[in-house]
Design a binder for this molecule. Structure first.
Ligand SMILES: NC(=O)c1ccc[n+]([C@@H]2O[C@H](COP(=O)([O-])OP(=O)(O)OC[C@H]3O[C@@H](n4cnc5c(N)ncnc54)[C@H](O)[C@@H]3O)[C@@H](O)[C@H]2O)c1
Length: 357
């Protein structure tokens, strides 16, 4: 494990992304989104995604320089196609369109299909929050199934994330953003790369038995991750598949097209301007008072520090890692260098840019 300072990581990752033949704007969008995921503490959705992106690109599952197209424009209802483009670009463009409509009409529902991996979904709630909008996002993942249904012994769907964002004057937005599996799949990849075991209760092996070995979600024979909160997390994952997948994307994990490697996301989003419901100031005053009340709960034994609110952990991690650099384990870095080589970028140049050669 070593830390790469931001001023080194930024040019090194941009160098790799240029290898996709991306426009400079796309290079900026992809690199900054991935690095932001690392900064906020979600290494599972950071620069370690570059090797699977390269595989998807080489097999035709990811299309650089693609943009969102509007399939249906119902004013406050948008159906969008991501054309298998980089989720970092597609997600931003989709939110831009939806933000414009929600500002104009007070709300907007967006059905986005066929986006390549949208990364950390919190980024899209943050974009809406920066425009003063509340948002909800239910997302499905069309790739190899990796999560078992509650009571099932094999994988039937993806780690289907749920996310909600609430902007409030006088404090950073509340951003709740998580996978509906006990842990995100990328976290098992990170653990596998580090040679660590996973906590109990997160996964099952290829026979449906409880296991702590991350390999069962990384290399065959595959087992499955479990959903969080037993039937409750499973129920939320199901809704992500029904709304993000069947409704928004017209595509569920059942379609299991393994002809090429790719990670497609479908996303059902709702954006709302609190002012459109009447009184933004009253809503914010009530919300702030409630957060104060909740956080006044005395810390329980076994927890260090005061009660947190969703979004706090990411901001704390970002402050720390911006100052101290982003920790990257050797296996992940080696895989990034190998991926750069496959793009014809040259591993040595990337290593040099990162200050490691
Ligand atoms: N694009 C995709 O296909 C895909 C699929 C799955 C997950 N993801 C992303 O993976 C990322 C990681 O997901 P995860 O499930 O590992 O997240 P996680 O388990 O780390 O949970 C993160 C959420 O919990 C909040 N939180 C953390 N500690 C808290 C505390 N002590 N008190 C209150 N709130 C707290 C955070 O602020 C955040 O909202 C997310 O950004 C998600 O969008 C993406």
């Amino acid at each position: 494990m070593h830390s790469i300072p931001l001023q080194r990581l930024n040019p090194a990752i941009r160098l790799v992304v240029r290898g996709f033949g991306s426009s400079e704007q796309e290079v900026e969008a992809v690199a900054s989104n991935l690095i932001e995921a690392n900064l906020t503490g979600h290494d599972s959705h950071g620069i370690g995604m570059l090797p699977p992106y390269v595989e998807a690109f080489l097999q035709g599952g990811l299309k650089p320089n693609a943009h969102v197209s509007t399939v249906l424009d119902g004013g406050t209802l948008l159906r969008l196609d991501g054309n298998a483009g980089f989720g970092q670009v597609i997600g931003h463009e989709a939110m831009d369109l939806a933000i414009g409509r929600a500002r104009q009409h007070g709300s907007c529902i967006v059905a986005l299909g066929n986006a390549h991996h949208l990364g950390r979904i919190g980024a899209w709630a943050e974009q809406a929050a920066a425009a003063g909008l509340v948002s909800l996002h239910l997302v499905n993942v069309v790739s190899r199934a990796i999560v078992a249904p509650h009571g099932g012994a094999d994988a039937r769907f993806g780690t289907n994330p749920f996310c909600a964002g609430v902007p409030l004057a006088g404090r950073p937005p509340v951003i709740l953003d998580f996978a509906t599996s006990v842990i995100a799949q990328g976290k098992t990849r990170v653990a596998h790369n580090k040679g660590e075991l996973i906590a109990e209760g997160c996964l099952i092996d290829d026979q449906g038995r409880a296991s702590r070995e991350p390999r069962f979600t990384v290399v065959p024979p595959f087992g499955a991750l479990l959903t969080f909160g037993a039937h409750k997390g499973y129920g939320l994952a199901l809704m992500c598949e029904l709304l993000g997948g069947a409704l928004a994307a017209g595509m569920t994990t059942r379609d299991d097209d393994t002809s090429k490697r790719r990670i497609l996301n479908g996303m059902f989003s709702v954006l709302l301007d609190p002012q459109a419901l009447g009184d933004r100031a009253a809503f914010e005053a009530e919300a702030m008072a409630f957060l104060k009340w909740v956080q006044a709960s005395p810390p329980r034994e076994g927890f260090d520090g005061p009660v947190q609110v969703a979004g706090d952990a990411e901001r704390a991690s970002k402050a720390l890692r911006s100052a101290e650099g982003v920790p990257v384990d050797r296996t992940t870095w080696t895989a990034i260098l190998a991926a750069a080589d496959k793009l014809g970028v040259g591993a040595r140049r990337v290593d040099e840019a990162a200050g490691r050669a």
